[in-house]
Ligand binder design. Structure first.
Ligand SMILES: *Cc1c(COP(=O)(O)O)cnc(C)c1O
Length: 434
């Protein structure tokens, strides 16, 4: 499969180039040149396949001729010792739990496959690479875990100081070895901008083989399509059209859903659910895209004012706004609504959810009220509620259980480098070899 740049269609890259360049030189984003269809036969009995079998089939459909099926099986076997179960919470409503991986957020699905495919390519060369990643909370933990001690790869994580939860911070600042955490005095957008600038800086590019592990990297996006297929497999026998509600920040998750759809997954509708960082719902309503500075909310991993995958989102529809609105419904919610939804789900369905998940729950509810129809609704649960334990306990007025894996982190001391949100400081830090 080849990839093109959203800025210049004639700029093409192989899979390996797209993964290691992360961004095309023209500052666009890589997009698949075509969308190979998953085989009809496979879809016909997908309900009998495991998560790993589905992942292998999707990956093989995309990478046929470039990576052998047995190599893909190895990668998927290494990457995933967890899966994505669907849990019913109302007669027609289900939650797709994506938090059963090591960092307990859905980003494990992308980060772990990415680590596997990068080390596959690196093992065939002597290259060493440096991965730069900006995190609004969960990417850092997933990437740190996914790449921890992977030979030939160094990780530098930038996160906004004071704007991630304690557990999230511990997940990125306590591993050490090939993982360095930089605590930026600024917002997630500032962190993201620093990473983008580093990729456009010739001196840094020449000194290091820089790669990105943000969802701008196609290697993270692609594996996130696996669980949309897996959700379909688990709910197919209900025989109703599927509506996916996706809690969104940078819109990598929703873009992965669109990739699955383009590959032939039957999806009736997607819901783009956000907090007050609502550039995409506003675009869906008006047709004009007006990013704005990010606003702090309780669903902090979605505090993104200018989502980096917006360009991809529209490109799936040839940038035609009307087509986008036929497939994607936009909705956004403030913190009070989000907290109320968390309490409602606890009372009505005995289900404890994190604030991000709650926005997707609300998006589905709004879609049922305003659009309606007979369908199976699935909202994605992007993180385990215990990752946001203070907020969840305060909102529900009760103690919740904290998995051992997270609890043991709290006693380890964090190690981070503090930095201003300024490109020169960042560059000097990198050049001084950290
Ligand atoms: C990253 C994240 C999101 C947003 O996902 P995008 O792919 O950036 O839209 C939502 N919820 C949680 C818990 C996250 O960590």
């Amino acid at each position: 499969m080849k990839f093109y740049s959203t800025k210049t269609e004639s700029v093409k890259a192989s899979l390996e180039e797209a993964i290691f360049n992360s961004l095309p030189k023209d500052n666009g984003l890589y997009m698949p040149e075509s969308f190979p269809k998953i085989s009809e036969d496979f879809l016909a009995d997908i309900e009998n396949r495991s998560f790993k079998e589905i992942a292998v089939e999707v990956a093989n459909t995309l990478f046929e001729g470039e990576i052998t099926r047995s190599e893909l099986e190895n990668m998927i076997d290494t990457a995933y010792d967890f899966n994505a179960p669907v849990v019913q919470i109302a007669p027609d409503d289900y939650v797709l739990e994506l938090f059963h991986g090591p960092s307990m957020a859905f980003k494990d699905f992308g980060a772990r496959f990415m680590a596997a495919i990068m080390s596959y390519f690196l093992l065939r060369s002597d290259k060493k690479i440096k991965i730069l990643v900006a995190t609004s909370g969960d990417t850092g933990g997933a990437v740190a875990q996914g790449f921890y001690k992977v030979p030939g790869i160094d990780i530098t994580i930038l996160y906004p100081s004071g704007k991630v939860s304690d557990i999230q911070e511990k997940q990125l600042t306590t591993l050490g070895h090939n993982v360095t955490a930089i605590e930026v005095d600024g917002t997630f957008d500032d962190c993201q901008k620093l990473v983008k600038e580093a990729f456009l800086d010739d001196e840094l590019k020449n000194k290091f083989n820089l790669a990105s592990a943000n969802s701008i990297n196609i290697a993270r996006l692609i594996p996130q399509s696996f669980y949309f297929f897996s959700a379909y497999a688990q709910l197919k026998n209900l025989g109703k059209p599927l509506v996916f509600s996706v809690p969104s920040g940078n819109f990598g998750n929703l873009s992965a859903g669109l990739l699955a759809y383009k590959m032939g997954l039957p999806v009736h509708h997607f819901i783009a659910a956000t907090n007050l960082n609502n550039a995409v719902p506003r675009y869906l309503a008006s047709g004009s895209y007006e990013p704005s500075p990010s606003i702090e909310t309780i669903s902090n991993a979605m505090d993104v004012g200018n989502p980096s995958n917006f360009v991809r989102l529209t490109r799936f529809f040839n940038d035609d706004w009307e087509s986008v609105t036929k497939k994607i419904y936009g909705a956004y919610f403030d913190d009070d609504q989000t907290r109320k939804a968390m309490r409602e789900a606890r009372t009505n369905a005995n289900y404890v959810m994190c604030p991000h998940t709650a926005t997707a729950y609300l998006g589905l509810k709004e879609f049922r009220e305003k659009v309606g129809g007979d369908f199976t609704g699935i909202f994605l649960s992007t993180a385990h509620p215990a990752k946001f334990i203070d907020l969840v306990e305060e909102t529900l007025g009760e103690k919740i259980e904290i998995p051992q894996r997270l609890e043991s982190l709290l006693d380890i001391e964090k190690v981070s480098i503090k930095m201003k949100a300024d490109f020169l400081s960042f560059k000097n830090l990198l050049l001084s070899e950290l």
